[in-house]
Write a new protein. Sequence first.
Length: 99
Amino acid sequence: MAYMVFKVGAQRVSCTVYDGEQPKERSGFDVLGADEQIVAKMKRLIKLYGAFYTLKSVGVLTENGDFKEKTLQKLPVTVGKLSAEDTVKNTCQMYDTNN
Protein backbone atom coordinates (compact mmCIF):
# COMPACT_ATOMS: atom_id res chain seq x y z
CA MET A 1 0.00 0.00 0.00
CA ALA A 2 1.23 3.45 -0.87
CA TYR A 3 0.44 6.84 0.54
CA MET A 4 0.77 10.41 -0.67
CA VAL A 5 1.91 13.54 1.13
CA PHE A 6 1.30 17.07 -0.18
CA LYS A 7 3.35 19.97 1.17
CA VAL A 8 1.62 23.29 0.49
CA GLY A 9 4.06 26.19 0.58
CA ALA A 10 3.64 29.87 -0.15
CA GLN A 11 4.84 29.48 -3.75
CA ARG A 12 4.79 25.75 -4.53
CA VAL A 13 2.92 22.54 -3.76
CA SER A 14 5.04 19.40 -3.72
CA CYS A 15 3.70 15.88 -3.80
CA THR A 16 5.49 12.67 -2.83
CA VAL A 17 4.15 9.13 -3.09
CA TYR A 18 5.66 6.69 -0.59
CA ASP A 19 5.70 2.92 -0.58
CA GLY A 20 6.79 2.13 2.95
CA GLU A 21 9.31 4.78 4.01
CA GLN A 22 10.80 5.10 0.52
CA PRO A 23 9.63 7.84 -1.87
CA LYS A 24 8.52 6.37 -5.21
CA GLU A 25 7.22 9.42 -7.08
CA ARG A 26 7.69 13.16 -6.73
CA SER A 27 5.96 16.03 -8.47
CA GLY A 28 4.80 19.54 -7.80
CA PHE A 29 3.35 22.70 -9.19
CA ASP A 30 3.54 26.44 -8.60
CA VAL A 31 0.86 28.03 -6.42
CA LEU A 32 -1.03 30.22 -8.85
CA GLY A 33 -4.69 31.15 -8.60
CA ALA A 34 -7.35 30.56 -5.98
CA ASP A 35 -7.36 27.77 -3.40
CA GLU A 36 -10.00 25.94 -5.47
CA GLN A 37 -7.59 25.77 -8.42
CA ILE A 38 -4.89 24.37 -6.17
CA VAL A 39 -7.29 21.72 -4.84
CA ALA A 40 -8.29 20.82 -8.42
CA LYS A 41 -4.62 20.19 -9.26
CA MET A 42 -4.22 18.14 -6.09
CA LYS A 43 -7.27 16.04 -7.05
CA ARG A 44 -5.74 15.39 -10.47
CA LEU A 45 -2.52 14.18 -8.86
CA ILE A 46 -4.47 11.91 -6.49
CA LYS A 47 -6.34 10.45 -9.46
CA LEU A 48 -3.15 10.06 -11.51
CA TYR A 49 -1.11 8.33 -8.82
CA GLY A 50 -4.16 6.39 -7.64
CA ALA A 51 -4.19 4.74 -11.08
CA PHE A 52 -0.63 3.45 -10.55
CA TYR A 53 -0.61 2.78 -6.81
CA THR A 54 -3.16 1.58 -4.29
CA LEU A 55 -3.21 4.73 -2.17
CA LYS A 56 -3.99 3.95 1.45
CA SER A 57 -3.94 7.58 2.54
CA VAL A 58 -3.26 11.19 1.67
CA GLY A 59 -1.76 13.72 4.08
CA VAL A 60 -1.38 17.46 3.70
CA LEU A 61 1.29 19.57 5.39
CA THR A 62 0.57 23.29 5.05
CA GLU A 63 3.24 25.94 5.37
CA ASN A 64 0.90 28.60 4.03
CA GLY A 65 -1.50 29.98 6.64
CA ASP A 66 -3.73 31.33 3.88
CA PHE A 67 -4.54 27.83 2.61
CA LYS A 68 -7.53 27.10 4.81
CA GLU A 69 -8.41 23.73 6.30
CA LYS A 70 -11.95 24.14 4.88
CA THR A 71 -10.41 24.18 1.41
CA LEU A 72 -8.60 20.92 2.15
CA GLN A 73 -11.91 19.25 2.96
CA LYS A 74 -12.79 19.53 -0.76
CA LEU A 75 -10.31 16.75 -1.52
CA PRO A 76 -11.87 13.31 -2.14
CA VAL A 77 -10.14 11.71 0.86
CA THR A 78 -9.85 12.32 4.57
CA VAL A 79 -7.31 15.10 5.02
CA GLY A 80 -6.26 17.58 7.61
CA LYS A 81 -3.54 19.93 8.66
CA LEU A 82 -0.28 18.33 9.75
CA SER A 83 2.47 19.86 11.81
CA ALA A 84 6.11 19.80 10.76
CA GLU A 85 6.96 17.08 13.28
CA ASP A 86 4.48 14.59 11.81
CA THR A 87 6.32 11.75 10.15
CA VAL A 88 5.40 10.03 6.95
CA LYS A 89 4.37 6.94 8.94
CA ASN A 90 2.07 9.01 11.19
CA THR A 91 0.56 10.63 8.12
CA CYS A 92 -0.32 7.23 6.75
CA GLN A 93 -2.02 6.23 9.99
CA MET A 94 -3.84 9.54 10.48
CA TYR A 95 -5.38 9.90 7.04
CA ASP A 96 -6.58 6.46 6.05
CA THR A 97 -8.72 6.62 2.90
CA ASN A 98 -10.80 3.69 4.13
CA ASN A 99 -12.60 5.91 6.67
